[in-house]
Ligand binder design. Sequence first.
Ligand code: PHB
Length: 368
Amino acid sequence: MAHELLFEPVTMGTQTLKNRIIMAPLTRLRAVEPGDVPTALAGEYYSQRATAGLIIAEATQVSFQAKGYAGAPGVHTEDQKIAWKAIVDNVHAKGGKIVLQLWHTGLVAHNSVQPDGQAPISASDVNVGIRTSLRDSMNQAIRVDATTPRPATLDEINQVVADFAHATKNAREAGFDGIEIHGAHGYLLHQFWVQHTNKRTDEYGGSKENRARLTLEVIDACVDAWDADHVGIRISPLGTFNNVEAGYHEDENMWLIEQINNRGIMYLHLSEPDWAGGTPYSNNFRQRIRDTFDNMIIAAGGYTADKAEENIKAGYIDAVAFGRDYIANPDLAERIRQGASLNKQHPESFYGGSTIGYTDYPFMDESQ
Ligand code: PHB
């Protein structure tokens, strides 16, 4: 057996994962509009991947205002909750575990997918020159310039916090094994955290305490809505994805991780900069994070099985999430176990469309 360490069970809150190979949250833009309801096909897609130690389902809106991409699902309406329940049941029936990633895209949005066609909210009105996705008549994603955002009012900030709590409650009722707060990649929480996009002068801007306030309020609200053992967070320290600059120092990240750790939540998920072309972490930074965060640490970002094994062995992390490799290999865990080769990826079908490039990647015995 190859990469034995990856097949040692690991504790996640009150649960045990059967291995340390995790399916990363992956935006696939195949939900039904209007309504942003995930499809039955998503149940097949995720259950094909149930041999992962954990599936982190794709970034999912906490409200209609949280939507930035045509085709991304939500978990704030009854219809969405019912659809997710069928997907979760499917994964559980195959012996898998699945948590749901919750997001508000903030400025990575187009006004045509926003309620009443309004400009999206962000911390401030900074246009970072990013693009987002709408849909063509064939359900394929097309890239468009994001709309310049408007600064969220205090009422809207409070509503975002309440929406994360409501979405957590819905995810719990849908049977998920937990939720992951999307605090990474230049989406709303990250937009508040970094000075590049946060020019506010109220209690949500300025000092690191103020810029972290929204993230920490969201964590607290999600923990209240479920409990600390079922709430994780993904952050991307030092990463610049979506043109939102990191713009802060390792020490500020360590301070934020300390605040997160104080909440005792089930995991910290680090999206490392490598996959989006950023500077790799130093082992010193990895060690500082390990020394600061007590519970499970997941890392992601251009990992191979070899690098995963190495960094788990060194004690920096507990598990690794694989993204694009999981799109193309439903049986990635088994392939890693056998040291088998991986399927070729088809990036043209990553976003939008239906079964092609979604549920039709072959399992090992089919491809031989
Ligand atoms: C993407 O659609 O490419 C995407 C979405 C969410 C992320 C990262 C990338 O966190």
